[in-house]
Each structure stands twice: as structure tokens, then as C-alpha cells.
Design a protein around this ligand. Sequence first.
Ligand code: HEM
Length: 438
Amino acid sequence: MDRLVLDPTGRDRDAETAELHARGPATPVDILGVKAWAVADPDVLEDLLKDPRVSKDPLLHWPDFAEVVPTWPLALWVSARNMFTAHGADHRRLRRLVGSAFTARQVGAMTVRVEQLTDGLLDDLAAAGPDAVVDLRERLAHPLPIRVIAELLGLPDDLQDRFRTRVDRVFDTTLTPEESAANAVEFYTMLDELIAAKRRAPDESMTSLLIAARDTDPDRPGPDGTGPGPGPDGTRPDNTGPGPDRSALTEEELRDTLLLIVSAGYETTVNLIDNGIANLLTHPDQLALVRAGKAGWDDVVEESLRRDAPVAHLPLRYAVEDIELPGGTTIPRGGAILAAYAAAGRHPARHGDGGADFDVTRPAKDHLAFGHGPHFCLGAPLARLEGRTALRKLFERFPALALAPHAALAPVGSLISNGHHALPVVLGDQAPQAPQAS
Ligand code: HEM
């Protein structure tokens, strides 16, 4: 089968999705020059995501790693050392360190704060007046998740915006290798600044907790950050077996864990909120169902995640051994695997011909937008909270909200990030505000 070259601009995702569906459970693709197997069939993908023969650690299981990384614009997606690129016991160790901050209980405690932040952003929007054209991606979808993550990590104000530029570029797959390498250098400089500032003045933030986890480790490696990471030959000790987990972090893992949380928290929920709004505004019949109480805001969130997975493609996984798929295709040992989450969400095997429809009353809204198995998204409860809060409050407060006349919803330039370049709307009059409780 000829290799499908994935479009780095994400310009025509519908056509690409149709092509991925037509090509069977796994198809050879080219991702900016890197060869991989894209898996779009949700049943096959779900099995692979929990299969112990599939790894996310490129140092251990991807023979092409050393050759690819120096020139691949997406290098940071595979080279950063955190839970996202770890396997087995290493993965469990790195995930456990931050997992407790994202449990349903912890996130429940953030509900009021997410509501306050949303109200504040809607107040700012309302000040623009009912007839003004405002970009809701810029004015709501972006700032809400950024402020939530900024509070969680204790980011100083000046770093919040600077991180945003960095994260935008991590998801921008149209950059040259040089531009993306320069972005990584700048991103790491800023992370080092953050770590140094928190070392000087620790607080209650997740950043300080992670630093404490590293700095109190009795086996902590030297200040150059070397230690139980990759050895001189570039390989890591195989720490993937059932033995005891190591307990703390290398300096590199600390920095890369912060990089992961900032990146995951900044861009993905933006797309959820953006797509949710766009879907309701382009499907007024569905909005009417929600307003009539025939579907809830959770239904809108789940259906948006299913129809428009905020992370369209996720690089990368690797076959630890030859893996034969249903239908006879074999992904060879060392082969790279791309989770095609956007195509999986609309797959005919689960949704017949109606996968592209936006239907908030669809009985089966199950999706893989947050992944599946050991790497299932840690931030899913938080993302869902932000999504339903932003959508509910926006549509309640601005009942006449509409897309701006002649608004063309162009995709953001990325094969990973699945949202719109901008979301211009006219707010219309506000609903009468409920009287304040005295
Ligand atoms: C709608 C919003 C979000 C979507 C669609 C999303 C999607 C995903 C996906 C697909 C994965 C699995 C990657 C894989 O295939 O291996 C993942 C992992 C992850 N996500 Fe999210 N994410 C969202 C929001 C968040 C937020 C708000 C945070 C935290 C601030 C977060 C933190 C993480 C982390 C730490 C991982 C790595 C988990 C691991 O490797 O064990 N995500 N996310």
C-alpha cells in the first residue's frame, strides 16, 4: 500500500479521515518525513493502547530515534523525558508523582475556581457590547485553561503568556526543524527560570511539590542532572519489568514533566471549548435540544470530544515485537505507531455513516479522545470540568450568540492540534442576570 503523507497544515481533515477509514485498521503514513503506522480503527487502536507490546519509550524501543531526532520538527514529542514517553515501571513512577493532583476529588475542589475564572472572562467579553465581533478562541477558549494551569503550577504572570507562544509552536507542525529546535531551547530556558524561581521561593504549587520530590531524593544524581537517565550510549536501563519503582525524579524528568503539564494543559482543552462552541453554533437544532433539557452539557462535551478529538494524531508509540493486527497487517518490531484519534472518533465501525454528524442525543458517544490504557489522559476530569463550565455559562449568558457573518472557520495549522484558527462570533444581548443572594 502506498504511504499516506499526512498534511502538516491539517487543512482538510475530513478528507484525511475518510482516507484513513478506507485504508483499513492500520496504514503506513509519513509524518513530516518519519514513517509510522497510523491506526484509526477504534477497536484495534484501543487494543494497542493497552497492549504491553506497545511502548512509548523511544530510547528503549525505537531504533530510528537517534537518526530522526536531530532534524524532525516534532522531535520534542518523542525526546522529552516524562510519563508521556515512558514505559512500564518508569511510567508508573513518573505518573504517580503528579497523579494525585488530578483525581476526581481534587478536580471537584476546583469547580468554584473554574466558575469564577469563567465568569471573569465572560464579564470582559460582555464589555465589548452585543454587536461587536469577538474571537472566542482567543478570549475564552485559550485564557480559561491557561489560567487554571497557571494557578496549579504557580506560574508568575509574565511567564503565562511567554509559555503560550512556546506551546503554540510545539503544536504547530508547519515549523521548520530549525524553528522548532529554537522553540525547544527557549521553552527549556523558561522552564529552568521557573524551577530556579520556585527553588528560591517554594510555595504550595505543583511545581514546588515536584521540585521537593526531586530535591529530597536520597539517591538524587549530581547537579548536572545525569544519573538514572539514559547512559552514554543513549539507552536507558530497562526499568520496565515488574520490580520496585524508583521513587523520584532526575532534573531532566522534572523539567520535562513541567513541560508536559504546561503543554497538555494549554492547548488541548482550548480545542475542546472551541469545537464545542463551533458545533453548537453550526447545529442550532442540537443547541435547542440542550436548551430544552433533552440533553445536558456533559453530552455536548462528550459528543464534541468524539466528533472532533482535540488531539487529532498522537506521536508516537513503538512495537516492542512484531504485532499482527486483525486483517493480517503486521507492525514490525521497532515500527512507529501513530494514534489517529480524530479518525477513530468518527469511524464507521462504531458509528456507521453518521460519524461526522454532531448529535448530542447519540446513545453511544464513547471515544478515545483522552487515549486509553496506562497513558489515559491525567487531565481528563479537569478538561471536562472546564469544557462544561465554559459552554454552559457562555450559552446561558449570551442566548443570542451567533457566528460572525461570513466567519470562515479555518483549521489551526497542525496535524496534531484539532481546532480553529479563530472563532469569531457576535455575542448578542445578555440574558437578565439572576439577582445576587444577599
Ligand atoms: C480536552 C482536553 C484534553 C485532551 C483531549 C487530552 C488528550 C490526551 C491524550 C489523547 C492523552 C494520551 C496520550 C497517549 O496516547 O499516550 C493525554 C495524556 C495526558 N494528558 Fe491530556 N488531554 C486533555 C487535557 C489535559 C489537561 C487539562 C491536562 C493537565 C493539565 C492533561 C494532562 C495529560 C497528561 C499529564 C498526559 C500523559 C499521561 C501519561 O502519559 O500517562 N491533559 N491527554
